[in-house]
Write a protein that binds this ligand. Structure first.
Ligand code: NSP
Length: 222
């Protein structure tokens, strides 16, 4: 069994809870209240900026040129393509570029991205890859599952979100990230494997907390 298959088995409970979160089900059937989605998508914007910083640290830490190239292409795609798409997608929900620029991290976003950045700065390359995987692989799984259920006809904005993450291009990126993770794990010792699992499980939990943040409109008390 590969490392990724093993950690996916070990995190089956968390991943199932994520797929059944009311926020995710609400995207799938189109019933998610718009204010909750707007909160989520603006928080996701600041999340993705920090995610790009982690990928950039992946360029610096990757063990070989091919892997450095993969991380470099991912950073370029996020900063020079995906952020534009994110901005125009948000415009469809009445969220302006100025709104996005003014968005401050809510507590869960702050905690999740701070953890990712700490792992990216202080952890090994294996921990870095394992910490990014729940974001990349997890969203493809959620997107695919919702797409298989059938897009919500009454909510074209949510249908577009589902299509974005269920797309075969996104699947290809997720599979590449998985194989980088498996490659690193194949030569890692027990301590490194344990640290990679810890990073993966923690970020899987944070993914769940991120849906919860959108669902509860979580923000700072004052
Ligand atoms: C919180 C979160 N997790 C994952 C993804 C998908 N890259 C995302 N955009 N935001």
């Amino acid at each position: 069994m590969s490392f990724c298959e093993e950690i996916e088995n070990e995190s089956a409970l968390q991943r199932e809870a994520m797929a059944n979160h009311p926020f995710v089900r609400g995207i799938g059937d189109g019933t998610l209240p718009l204010d909750r989605f707007r909160h989520f998508i603006t928080q996701d914007y600041v999340y993705v900026v920090d995610f790009a910083r982690c990928l950039a640290l992946g360029v610096a830490k990757a063990p070989d040129l091919e892997t450095m190239g993969w991380f470099a292409r991912a950073v370029d795609y996020i900063l020079n393509t995906e952020m534009d798409l994110h901005r125009s997608y948000c415009a469809g929900f009445g969220i302006t570029e100025a709104d996005l620029d003014a968005t401050k991290h809510a507590p869960t976003t702050y905690s999740y991205t701070s953890y990712l950045l700490r792992v990216a700065h202080q952890g090994s390359f294996g921990e870095l890859v394992a910490s990014l995987l729940p974001c990349i692989w997890g969203y493809w799984q959620v997107g695919k599952r919702l797409a298989d259920q059938g897009e919500p006809e009454n909510a074209p904005g949510y249908a577009k979100w589902i299509r974005m993450y269920a797309a075969s291009e996104f699947q290809a990126v997720a599979e590449e990230a998985r194989s980088i993770c498996d490659r690193v794990a194949s030569t890692a010792g027990p301590a490194e494997i344990a640290a990679m699992k810890e990073a993966y499980i923690t970020c899987t939990r944070y993914e769940q907390a991120f849906w919860e943040m959108g669902w509860t409109l979580q923000d700072w008390p004052v």
